[in-house]
Write a protein that binds this ligand. Structure first.
Ligand SMILES: NC(=O)C1=CN([C@@H]2O[C@H](COP(=O)(O)OP(=O)(O)OC[C@H]3O[C@@H](n4cnc5c(N)ncnc54)[C@H](OP(=O)(O)O)[C@@H]3O)[C@@H](O)[C@H]2O)C=CC1
Ligand SMILES: CC(C)CCC[C@@H](C)[C@H]1CC[C@H]2C3=C(CC[C@]12C)[C@@]1(C)CCC(=O)C[C@@H]1CC3
Length: 314
């Protein structure tokens, strides 16, 4: 039976590399790519078919930051498919990023620089805004739109012969201290990205508690630091190109410097090949690349997830 795989944010970066890598793993899957509009969907489909001409690739359009669009695409998917085997919840934004180089310099003097360079803790802020639904844009796009999509697709995901899988693209920037239940949309702070990714980690834990019995399993992955449209909005492209030799050097000390979307999708592809019953719901799977460029996956506990579970907030 052909497996149906839905990927959001398929038009570029990690999502596009993931689509190609999944087809390399199993050319018989039915890949459904979700992009923001028809032009992007078709351009992405052509790019994928150029390297995998025999692949079965269909398209849907969704703006994850718009609830009407999410409800519409869920309706369309329910009409088109009888089940979904994998849903990669990968689309994400980090608007108006600001890097505090002074703090980075301070980190160099205080020995925290490696932690800063791998998590961006203390050196990165964003300015968020309200979207058309009156929600904080980062929360709405990175988490809430995807969450509503999952809930709307329950009938395609639960109670199937084989378990179905949700795989969320989180981040090493996900941080417990950036997230607060009393301000879960992060309207008050300047770390909306970090907050949305931590909320994603917790959501996955809670979804496992609720849906494992019905054959639906959720995992979170971190692609590491990847050169993509998202990072090209942080510093100018020419600067990143100049910094590349330094980043290859940093990679000898920081294995999460995966740098290419292909390497960044390592954990996503690894999970595609795992039996979900053998995975730990409290673990985040990190794509890593060694100094010599060999990719592998490293499981790490999600900070605070166990405590969150014990408090029974799910
Ligand atoms: N790059 C990095 O270093 C890291 C990235 N990540 C995460 O990886 C994921 C992929 O990012 P990456 O590949 O790097 O960046 P890209 O910007 O290349 O990819 C983001 C994807 O999300 C899509 N997207 C954004 N907003 C929406 C929306 N409202 N509705 C539908 N689709 C949307 C984009 O579509 P469009 O082309 O239309 O903009 C694009 O396809 C994100 O979740 C990001 O947070 C995590 C850790 C590190
Ligand atoms: C010498 C260079 C490596 C200096 C680059 C400084 C910063 C621009 C970067 C250092 C840590 C990076 C980082 C991210 C963006 C770029 C940095 C802040 C992310 C926030 C990108 C998106 C993520 O999901 C996590 C990344 C963590 C590390």
């Amino acid at each position: 039976m052909e497996r149906v795989v839905l990927v959001t944010g398929a038009s570029s970066g990690v999502g596009l590399a993931l689509c190609r890598r999944l087809l390399e793993e199993d050319g018989r899957i039915h890949l459904c790519i979700a992009c923001r509009n028809v032009q992007k969907s078709e351009a992405t489909r052509d790019l994928i078919l150029a390297t995998h001409p025999a692949a079965r690739v269909s398209t849907v359009e969704v703006d994850l930051g718009n609830l009407v669009s999410v409800l519409r695409v869920a309706r369309e998917l329910r009409c088109r498919f009888q089940r979904l085997d994998f849903v990669y919840l990968n689309a994400g934004i980090m608007p108006n990023p600001h890097v505090n180089f002074k703090a980075l310099w301070h980190g160099l003097l205080t020995g925290k620089v490696l932690h800063m360079l791998t998590t961006a803790e203390g050196i990165m802020t964003q300015t968020d805004r309200l979207n058309g639904d009156g929600l904080q844009e980062v929360f709405a796009t990175n988490l809430f739109g995807h969450f509503i999509l999952v809930r709307q697709l329950e009938c395609l995901l639960c109670g199937n012969e084989k378990p179905s899988r949700l795989i969320w693209t989180s981040s090493s920037n996900a941080r417990e201290s950036a997230f607060s239940l009393s301000d879960y949309q992060h309207a008050k702070g300047q770390e909306s990205y970090s907050s949305s990714k931590y909320a994603t980690d917790l959501t996955s834990v809670v979804l496992n508690r609720k849906f494992n019995k019905q054959g639906l399993y959720s995992s979170v992955v971190c692609p590491g630091l990847v050169m993509s449209n998202m990072t090209y909005r942080i510093l100018p492209v020419f600067l990143w190109k100049l910094l590349m030799p330094i980043m290859w050097l940093i990679r000898f000390f920081a294995k999460t410097y995966t740098l290419t979307p292909y390497n960044g999708a390592e954990a996503h592809v690894w999970l595609f090949k795992q039996k979900p019953e053998h995975l730990d719901a409290l673990v985040k799977y990190h794509s890593c690349t060694s100094g010599l460029g060999k990719s592998y996956v490293e499981p790490r506990k999600v900070n605070g997830a166990a405590a969150f579970c014990c408090r029974g907030l799910g």
